[in-house]
Write a protein that binds this ligand. Structure first.
Ligand SMILES: C[S@@+](CC[C@H](N)C(=O)[O-])C[C@H]1O[C@@H](n2cnc3c(N)ncnc32)[C@H](O)[C@@H]1O
Length: 269
């Protein structure tokens, strides 16, 4: 039994089923409608996963390119894009690959900024976040726009200092694998802004065999508003609009207590 395949296949399926609690896709489509000239845009979605965002963009008539490092996520995307001629997807690592150039819009959605896997690149996490923003700017044509959608917390310690067991995804996939993700809490360091935690997935395959997958200690850098705005500015991106928690209200500087999700529409000068 290929445990790695079974676990990753399960996760890609469950992610697609359960990661639909926000209206981020509708929000992006409405921003495109309001703030471009209404013509079909040439769009790059970085870390497109199973196609939750890039498929609706293609269905709306845009010419879309997507890539992701996870082949299991991409398999779902390939299935959904069958028969569509205006979308291309491929496997690549965002930190080490060439993203191409000349795009009207680059999408860094689905909280990718806080979920970058640095893996074998060994890159410092904050540096990886900065690199991703710089690469987005490079891939845009002059006058093109970055759509950046990520968690921006007023008080990260309140969110990330957690103890005790919790599970954010559980369920059974279409080949009968049951699984649940298990986290054992996390700790946020306000000086380095690094959050560290442990997690694994408990998997029961359709032949009844149970095993633990992807047991790991993870870490991520939780950027401040000033860091993100600084990276955008250094990369030659000017914030034209910002949206707080998927509303028309702009993001305040400094942040206020009710802030949790930031959406930024920034122009390459
Ligand atoms: C939270 S999911 C978002 C997927 C999709 N954008 C969505 O919103 O449904 C994060 C995705 O980032 C991908 N990813 C993480 N690090 C990556 C990297 N260094 N290069 C390419 N893809 C990466 C993962 O494989 C995963 O599909």
């Amino acid at each position: 039994m290929n445990r790695d395949f079974i676990a990753k296949y399960w996760y890609a399926y469950i992610y697609e089923q359960l990661e639909n609690q926000t209206n981020d896709v509708e929000f992006l489509l409405s921003i495109l409608q309001k703030h471009t000239d209404g013509s079909s845009q040439k769009i790059l979605e970085v870390a497109c996963g199973g196609g939750r965002i890039c498929i609706p963009l293609a269905q709306a008539g845009h010419t879309v390119t997507g890539f992701d490092a996870d082949e299991h996520m991409l398999l779902r995307c390939y299935r959904r894009m069958k028969g569509m001629s205006n979308i291309t997807c491929y496997t690549a690592n965002a930190l080490t690959s060439d993203w191409g150039t000349g795009f009207d819009v680059v999408v860094l959605g689905g909280n990718f900024l806080i979920n970058i896997e640095t893996g074998e690149t060994g890159m410092d996490y904050a540096q990886a976040q900065q690199v991703v923003i710089h690469k987005a700017a490079f891939a845009l044509k002059n006058g093109g726009h970055l759509f950046l959608d990520f968690d921006l917390h007023y008080d990260p310690a309140r969110i990330f200092n957690r103890s005790g067991e919790s599970s954010y995804f559980n369920g059974t996939d279409d080949i009968g694998t049951y699984g649940r993700t298990v986290s054992y809490g996390s700790v946020y360091d306000p000086v380095t802004r690094i959050c560290t935690g442990t997690r694994h997935w408990e998997i029961k395959a359709n032949n009844g065999e149970s095993f633990i997958a992807f047991s790991e200690q993870w870490h991520k850098h939780i950027p401040s508003q000033a860091q993100v705005y600084g990276w955008l500015s250094e990369a030659g991106l000017t914030i034209e609009r910002s949206y707080k928690n998927y509303t028309d209200e702009p993001i305040h500087e400094p942040l206020d207590e009710s802030m949790h999700r930031a959406t930024i529409w920034a122009r390459k000068d």
